[in-house]
Design a protein around this ligand. Structure first.
Ligand SMILES: Nc1ncnc2c1ncn2[C@@H]1O[C@H](COP(=O)(O)OP(=O)(O)OP(=O)(O)O)[C@@H](O)[C@H]1O
Ligand SMILES: [Mg+2]
Length: 708
């Protein structure tokens, strides 16, 4: 197991070997942060720390899955592995155990689905006649934002609510939470907020968990939001403060989802005895790629200075190309990729096309299809997210825990003969009696409530019971037993026959059957090879399946939005759409977060980086002339000074939103929060005089100040 230390450099080793006390590894892209965090897990275990005392938070399920696999492979099978997962996963794990402690809640909660949220909000707006200018989607986004900032619906004092929109958002927020409470529902943000709340309110729980998780680690720390960070602080044992975080302020790209770059920038203030370790050696990219990326990111003001050195050679120049329009751009990218693959210069798995705006993948996809190049798109559905496969997964979930209302509810919805009204009756009964839906069905007088329809419920309960009888303890033929009892494939086969006899097109139905078959094969292999329990199997194939590596992925190139490309690396990276309005996008053209997105994109490349732009682009059916992205100049790849064509309407809006007034609450990366007491906009730049919380008064250039 010792080999995990072999290739590490001195700084990485220093981080890995620091066992106790708060530690921040703050380092640029590709310097081995994730490598370090994984090696530290091994090191802790090797030094006597029990795996179950380790909590490792990652940003995506894919990342946690890969880390868990690497670690499990080295651990004795009888040892419980560390808890490795996203904050959402941790929240779910925690709430499943302690939800009943919340006031007016009963144990068996359910996670509300996205379209259900929309319907709830629409009803609230209609019923209460709120004059809402924002639109439903925007209201949902704002509520989520407040939740992520750990602001509850009654805490109006935490924000400046003089703005009328915000007042309405709070009203809708209150009503929305009321509905969730009445129905014993929670949303994804609540997974985190309610976890925080319980830990805050129950010192015993806090003590129990901080005793269990004595070593807490967070990857991609720059993208944690307020609730997540506060939750982790509650989990920490105050005497030891064993928190180990790795991150890069230059890669903080989820501000719109409530991530607080300040968490990383102010970490040393929160933990005065922190050891900060910086990693400067980039092992991923050539020096040409690093140099351009460094130039680009140095244009940001809100950051810690870094000096990243490329460990690898200079490599080849970054290839810059400008085309007449999107079609030509796509043709170039695709023919280049064809060349790389057919000449075996790079396998498809080492090639990626990145874009800021999802709509840009359209022409690329068409061109790839015409050349029959296989690709996978992150964020869209692969086999495992197909509804028919998810249906199987939902049943499996019910089988490992029939009392989990989330899955049981969806199964009820999908069961033939059971309608919304019947489900509501069961729901009410279960809330009244404070037991799970499954338990309710087993114990309620079904005939009395449903008369002839009761048999549909009875059959379902009998099937679940039969499954337990037939299967345990042998899992090797799980797929057969499962299909025999629940007949999912059979259901689709019947549909197929019906369509055939009605002379309808059957392609889609055939694909569904193939998908289920493929999944059953996978399931059989998993259990024949004794790779784990049903629980591990579900974890492998349920959430965010697009994030997972499939067997076939080696034959596919990747199309990834920059937001989802974090942490990944490829030999050949094509970043398309380097035009003003696309990267940076129109909405955020002058924000530092946009530049960080470009930085993330550039630094995914190991050997070759291709940057493409066009003179015209068609977006949503409209052809328009576009300017080159300012980032090409800022990265020192072009020498001409850049003046983007100003979209006056947008800029005005931006300026309005940025405008400062005396009395505004503001924040500075280093000095913290304060209030503006004077504004000097006489010269080219605006300077703000701010009184900070500690009483100090400073005059600071406005562009480094954030409004609160
Ligand atoms: N000491 C080392 N020697 C050789 N290769 C290394 C070393 N450390 C890391 N690497 C390699 O460098 C690459 C980048 O490492 P890693 O993904 O851990 O970086 P990171 O800092 O997490 O990157 P990102 O900022 O993109 O998340 C990987 O291919 C990894 O295997
Ligand atoms: Mg990483």
């Amino acid at each position: 197991m010792n080999d995990y230390l072999e290739n590490l450099n001195d700084e990485q080793l220093k981080a890995v070997k620091r066992i106790d006390g708060p530690t921040l590894v703050l380092a640029g892209a590709g310097t081995g942060k994730t490598t370090t965090i994984v090696s530290r897990v091994f090191h802790l275990i090797e030094n006597g720390v029990k795996p179950e005392n380790i909590l490792l938070m990652t940003f995506t399920n894919k990342a946690s899955h890969e880390i868990l696999q690497r670690i499990s492979a080295k651990l004795n099978v009888n040892i419980k592995p560390p808890f490795i997962g996203t904050f959402h996963k941790f929240g779910h794990f925690f709430l499943t155990k302690h939800f009943h402690l919340l006031k007016n809640r009963t144990k068996h909660f359910r996670i509300v689905e996205a379209n259900e949220i929309k319907n709830i909000i629409i009803k609230i707006i209609e019923n209460d006649g709120f004059a809402i200018n924002l639109g439903v989607e925007e209201a949902i986004k704002r509520i989520s934002h407040l939740k992520n900032a750990n602001i509850q619906s009654f805490e109006t004092d935490k924000v400046d609510i003089t703005n009328k929109d915000i007042q309405i958002v709070f009203k809708v927020y209150r009503e929305y939470d009321k509905v969730l409470l009445e129905r014993n529902l929670i949303d994804l943000d609540d997974l985190q907020i309610l976890t925080y709340k319980l830990l805050k309110e129950f010192p015993d729980l806090r003590a129990e968990y901080s005793q269990q998780f004595q070593y807490i680690m967070i990857d991609e720390f720059q993208d944690t939001n307020v609730v997540q960070y506060e939750t982790v602080k509650l989990l920490l044992k105050p005497e030891t403060n064993n928190i180990f975080v790795v991150g890069d302020d230059d890669q903080s790209i989820y501000g719109w989802r409530g991530a607080e770059i300040e968490n990383i920038l102010n970490f040393d203030e929160a933990f005065p005895n922190v050891q900060i370790i910086t990693l400067n050696r980039n092992y991923r990219s050539t020096s040409q790629i690093i140099s351009a990326s460094n130039h680009l990111i140095s244009k940001n003001v809100f950051r810690r200075e870094k000096n990243i050195i490329a460990n690898n050679g200079a490599g080849e120049s970054i290839e810059l190309k400008t085309f007449a329009d999107d079609m030509q751009e796509a043709e170039f990218v695709v023919s280049k990729i064809q060349h790389l693959i057919s000449n075996k210069i790079a396998p498809p798995s080492e090639i990626a096309i990145l874009y800021r705006v999802n709509a840009l993948s359209f022409h690329i996809e068409n061109a790839l299809k015409s050349k029959q190049i296989q690709y996978s798109i992150k964020g869209t559905k692969t086999t495992y997210t197909k509804p028919e496969v998810q249906e199987v997964i939902k049943y499996l979930n019910v089988l490992i825990d029939p009392d989990n209302n989330n899955f049981f509810f969806t199964i009820l919805e999908q069961t033939q003969g059971i309608g919304e009204q019947s489900i509501n009756i069961v729901l009410e009964e279960s809330l009244d009696r404070n037991i799970s839906l499954y338990e309710t069905l087993k114990t309620m007088n079904l005939k009395y409530f449903f008369k002839t329809r009761s048999r549909y419920f009875t059959i379902l309960v009998e099937k679940i019971d039969q499954f337990f009888q037939d299967l345990k303890p042998d899992l090797t033929n799980l797929a057969e037993v499962f299909e025999d009892i629940f007949e999912i494939k059979e259901k689709y086969r019947k549909k197929l026959l019906k369509m055939q006899s009605a002379n309808k097109s059957t392609e889609l139905m055939k694909t569904k059957l193939e998908n289920i078959d493929a999944f059953y094969i996978l399931m059989n292999r998993f259990f024949k090879e004794k790779q784990g329990t049903i629980d591990t199997f579900i974890n492998l194939y349920s959430i965010n399946e697009d994030d997972r590596k499939e067997d076939k992925i080696d034959r596919k190139i990747s199309l990834v939005s920059i937001h989802l490309s974090k942490g990944l690396e490829f030999k050949h990276v094509f970043v398309i759409g380097l035009n003003h309005g696309f990267l940076p996008s129109y909405n955020n053209a002058d924000s530092e977060e946009e530049r960080r997105l470009a930085y993330v994109a550039f630094t995914r490349a190991k050997e070759h980086l291709y940057l493409t732009s066009t003179n015209f682009r068609t977006l949503y059916g409209k052809r328009q002339e576009v300017m080159l992205s300012q980032y090409l100049y800022e990265a020192n790849l072009l020498s001409r000074k850049f003046e983007p064509e100003r979209d006056t309407k947008n800029i005005k809006k931006k300026e309005e939103s940025r405008a400062f007034n005396i009395g505004n609450r503001v924040e500075h990366m280093k000095f913290g929060c304060g209030i503006i007491i004077d504004i000097d906009s006489g010269g080219k730049q605006t300077f703000l005089t701010i009184e900070f919380q500690d009483g100090k008064i400073k005059k600071i250039i406005s562009r480094v100040i954030k409004k609160r």
